[in-house]
Design a protein around this ligand. Structure first.
Ligand SMILES: Nc1ncnc2c1ncn2[C@@H]1O[C@H](COP(=O)(O)OP(=O)(O)OP(=O)(O)O)[C@@H](O)[C@H]1O
Ligand SMILES: [Mg+2]
Length: 372
């Protein structure tokens, strides 16, 4: 959708390399007022260091004549790392002879503005490049979703097949172990058989979850009142929550407009996250806060946040909690909960994120209003 040439920025990050303090100030002011985040480097080395340390900004604005490393060299170096869709590069320079213009484009510049420039023109050009970049970003995101979906579809089929074939041998192991247990006198050997039975039980639950996951019905999407699904899911856990002495705080906005989603799948997500929070609170803390927030960026979405003040997730555990079969709950957990939750949320075009610190742990389910 083409926006106005002078539309506002959306907080994109622009790195400017400009050695003239006056010109740098003007550029910074102009772009910050337009709604961009600006970093100003006063020479070429600083600009290169920022690129090395922080990676690509959303747009690079280069003055050609800089002390030390020139704007053209920065352009070369940046373009060898990031293509023109990922990183638009604008050269702003007094060198407006045709050779210089060609040299800039040869070095990978996306655009070229002669000094002195008109503020409105520079803004319009930057706006146009960033609009193209946003479209590219959106396409990357969609392709990422599709790749993920394909991968998970194959994984689902595979997991379903394997899980199905494991059912029978597991039943046989379990039956034999039970017979063995009955025949053994009290003692160490019998405890070992109990160990076998415990593990078989865990495998059986993993298999059941995997089959459930593989056989999942195609999503049935329709208008869903997220607040209502949250309340219903909390209702399902009401008894456990109150008998565990958990202080439940619900800050749910009942006036949210419906989203396009599969209500049952969302319920599955909320349930998993709530039960995880209950488990965490059994180890310490007492508060579970559930709230909804409407956010507009990058797309209008509802965020449902589940926060508890239980013990934080250790930093070495945190990166793994969404991995399939990862659990810290030994026998009781299958470790498929969050893996499936994230998959469902992603299929809705959303995100499932976690944040954990000394205060507590928050899972945020972000669901776009439009759905996908
Ligand atoms: N609210 C939370 N606070 C602390 N740790 C958590 C929280 N939620 C999840 N975790 C950690 O993430 C791990 C993975 O969670 P996940 O829901 O995927 O599996 P699980 O709860 O262990 O097993 P399952 O959900 O299959 O019963 C948990 O074992 C736990 O270590
Ligand atoms: Mg769980």
């Amino acid at each position: 959708m083409p926006g106005s040439a002078l539309e506002r920025g959306r907080g994109e990050h622009i790195l400017i390399a400009e050695d003239d303090p006056g010109a740098g100030r003007v550029l910074r002011l102009l772009l910050e007022q337009t709604g961009y985040r600006v970093t100003l480097a006063a020479d070429g080395e600083t600009a290169l260091r920022i690129l090395d340390e922080q990676g690509a900004p959303d747009l690079l604005l280069l003055d050609w004549m800089l002390p030390g490393v020139s704007g053209l060299e920065i352009c070369h170096s940046a373009r060898s790392r990031w293509d023109a869709l990922r990183l638009p590069i604008l050269m702003v320079t007094a060198k407006t002879d045709p050779e210089s213009v060609y040299a800039a484009f040869d070095a990978g510049a996306s655009d070229y503005v002669g000094k002195p420039f008109r503020g409105a023109e520079l803004r319009a050009r930057i706006g146009a490049h960033l609009r193209t970049r946003r479209l590219w970003e959106e396409r990357e995101r969609m392709e990422g979703h599709l790749r993920e979906r394909d991968k998970l579809f194959t994984l689902g089929l595979l997991a379903g097949g394997v899980a199905h074939d494991l059912n029978n041998p597991l039943a046989v192991i379990s039956a034999h172990a039970q017979v063995l247990k009955r025949r053994l006198p009290e003692g160490e050997a019998r405890e070992q058989v109990d160990g076998i039975l415990g593990s078989v039980d865990r495998c059986t639950r993993i298999v059941a979850e995997l089959l459930n996951f593989a056989r999942r019905h195609p999503a049935e999407r329709g208008p869903v009142d997220v607040a209502m699904v949250v309340r219903e899911t909390l209702g399902m856990r009401e008894r456990q929550i109150s008998t565990s002495g958990i202080d439940l705080r619900v800050e749910v906005d009942d006036g949210l407009s419906p989203i396009h989603a599969d209500g049952h799948q969302l319920q599955q997500v909320f349930l998993n996250v709530i039960v995880n929070a209950e488990h965490a609170l059994a180890q310490g803390g007492r508060t579970l806060r559930v709230r909804t927030v409407r956010v507009e960026e990058p797309v209008p979405s509802v965020v449902v946040e589940f926060w508890n003040d239980g013990p934080p997730i250790p930093p070495d555990v945190l990166p793994h909690i969404f991995d399939p079969l990862f659990t810290t709950k030994q026998e009781e957990g299958t470790g498929l909960g969050l893996f499936i939750c994230r998959r469902i949320v992603r299929e809705h075009g959303g995100w499932l994120d976690v944040r954990s610190d000394a205060e507590g742990t928050a899972f945020a389910v972000r669901l776009p209003m439009g759905g996908i």
